[in-house]
Design a protein around this ligand. Structure first.
Ligand code: DQA
Length: 147
């Protein structure tokens, strides 16, 4: 089984950006943790981050073409307004779990809406980086069920 860890805009600054909100772990450390969790479960996890909407869309299309088994996706601020990313998720046959590190519901009102969540398998919010691990475990479980 193969999965993709996909991070959107500004998440390359993880660990350096607003550590009070997003913690002090870097993107590389997060990616290492998720890849390792994959190895422990005999699956492959590839990682990609981009600050560009179109690149994230291309990556979702590629995940579909490669027939990946799931995507763990933090679309960053695109979550709140990118219909193009929403359409990309809706247009692929790969299950996507949306993750937000911070509790978006406890923050500014523009963060309360997700235009992408309705077309994902589910959303994990506010549990810090643990959310990415839980997303992979949920995908593993659902792919096991589907065989
Ligand atoms: C975020 C929440 C978004 O509102 C914000 O724009 C981000 C990160 C999170 O992981 O908490 O870039 O997706």
């Amino acid at each position: 089984k193969r999965y993709l860890l996909l991070n959107g805009p500004n998440l390359n600054l993880l660990g350096k950006r607003e550590p009070g909100v997003y913690g002090s772990t870097t993107l590389r450390e997060l990616e290492e943790t998720i890849v390792k969790l994959g190895i422990e479960n005999q699956v492959e996890v590839s990682c990609y981050q981009s600050n560009h909407e179109g690149s994230l869309i291309d990556k979702l299309h590629e995940a579909n073409e490669l027939g990946l088994d799931g995507v763990i996706f933090n679309p960053g601020a695109y979550t709140h307004y990118s219909y193009a990313i929403r359409d990309a998720i809706a247009g692929i046959n790969v299950p996507v779990i949306e993750v937000h590190i911070s509790n978006v519901h406890a923050r500014e009102s523009f963060r309360h809406e997700s235009v992408t969540a309705p077309v994902t398998k589910g959303q994990i919010v506010g549990l810090g980086l643990k959310g990415y691990e839980l997303a992979l475990l949920a995908l593993l479980e659902s792919t096991r069920e589907r065989g």
